[in-house]
Design a protein around this ligand. Structure first.
Ligand SMILES: [Zn+2]
Length: 400
């Protein structure tokens, strides 16, 4: 509840690293708290990353694991002056948030809450998001560190702690120093429901379609002007209406999603995100999309287009399948903590998706964060405690 009161919103339009300096306010506090626990090497670097080591309690050579969470909160909802509220022994009734009584958290909208009756639930007060995404993960890792530093009799190898900035704007691992991190594999603490274990994410590309028209003075444009804005309209209108989009797909279905458009008669730019769990499908989607552009262009003689694909991230399953022990250790740790693991695929990506491809296989463990990126965000204290339990078991299981 202390951590969420520090505004750490990231900013997709900023070019600085980290995108907002205020993220370091929390990171500095975390370093101070880690040092107070006896973790001497805790440091915050220029780029906004916190690195720290819970030292090994065994001389045996065991893999070094990394526990990772992000300090930033989503730009989708205000993260300023967050007032966390603790609802003890939640009874299943609607939670009306006091600072905006229109914001009501109910079991109808959030059926997972039915499973959490009797827990202590933390919410925001109605004007902001809570920031459990991912300060729940931060808290779980800090609590794990606190426990392990106080219990040297627990046998485990070195554990590297990594707190990243800018996950919410897709730049969470842009400036991470993998050499310095020096871990064999890792776990992000950034998942939702108790029991969920995420080892599969989307594979993701971005596509920029630039449509070029032919400009002319509108008074003398007959037979000359080709309007790129109208080409764009024809193109977008030709996309399937009942499939192939985020609003019409779920589960393992992928999509093609125009996220931004700008321009005018001479030139119009449309940015797409392309998503599927199967990486090879991205190229199929892209060639189908290019076919739709071509068909639209054909209706406007003289118009041209550019079609540029940029890789964003890849399904971490491709990496995790090569090292099945990383998921197996996690499953064992869940069971040791009395939680039945459920392998889940994310319709999105995490820091772990990208870390997996730069040398740190990294599935995602739940923290209880729910209703994320909204004023209805909430988290169960008992879910966070379970996640902490799991991290402590995980450290021992890997050492065994
Ligand atoms: Zn998150």
């Amino acid at each position: 509840m202390r951590y969420v009161q520090i505004d750490t919103q990231s900013d997709p339009y900023s070019e600085s690293q980290p995108s907002t300096d205020k993220q370091k306010d929390l990171s500095r506090l975390l370093v101070a708290e880690l040092k107070a626990l006896g973790i001497a090497d805790a440091e915050l670097d220029e780029q906004g990353y916190v690195y720290a080591t819970i030292p090994a309690t065994t001389d045996k050579k065991v893999p070094v694991i990394c526990l990772c969470a992000h300090v930033d909160t989503s730009p989708d909802s205000s993260g300023k002056d967050v007032k966390p509220l603790l609802h003890k022994n939640y009874d299943g009734s609607a939670i009306i948030l006091p600072d905006d009584t229109e914001v009501v958290i109910t079991t109808e909208n959030h059926p997972y809450l039915l499973e959490r009756i009797g827990d202590d639930i933390i919410t925001a007060s109605g004007l902001t998001l809570l920031g459990a995404d991912d300060k729940a993960g931060v808290a779980v890792i800090m609590d794990t560190a606190q426990y392990l530093m106080a219990h040297p009799e627990v046998v485990h190898g070195a554990i590297r702690i990594l707190f990243t900035p800018d996950e919410e704007i897709g730049r969470g691992v842009n400036a991470v120093d993998m050499q310095k991190l020096n871990a064999d594999f890792g776990y992000t603490l950034d998942g939702g429901q108790r029991g969920h274990l995420e080892g599969e994410s989307f594979s993701a590309d971005g596509v920029r379609v630039t449509l070029h028209g032919i400009s002319a003075h509108p008074g003398y444009a007959k037979g000359k002007l080709v309007n790129a804005a109208k080409v764009a309209a024809a193109f977008l209108n030709a996309l399937p209406q009942d499939s192939w989009s985020p609003e019409t797909t779920s589960g393992h279905e992928g999509f093609v999603h125009p996220v931004h458009i700008e321009g005018g008669a001479e030139k119009t730019i449309i940015d797409f995100i392309i998503r599927d769990h199967i990486t090879t499908k991205l190229a199929e989607y892209e060639s189908r999309l290019e076919g739709i552009v071509k068909a639209a262009i054909a209706q406007f003689p003289g118009a041209r287009y550019d079609f540029v694909v940029k890789e964003q991230y890849r399904n971490m399953k491709e990496i995790l399948d090569q090292q099945p022990e990383v998921m197996n250790f996690a499953e064992k740790a869940y069971r040791a903590a009395g939680v039945e693991p459920r392998r889940i695929s994310i319709r999105g990506g995490t820091d772990g998706s990208r870390l997996s491809f730069i040398g740190l296989p990294c599935p995602n463990i739940f923290t209880g964060e729910m209703g994320i990126h909204s004023k209805q965000e909430y988290v169960s204290v008992q879910d966070m405690e379970k996640a902490t339990d799991i991290c402590i078991h995980l450290a021992q299981i890997v050492a065994e």
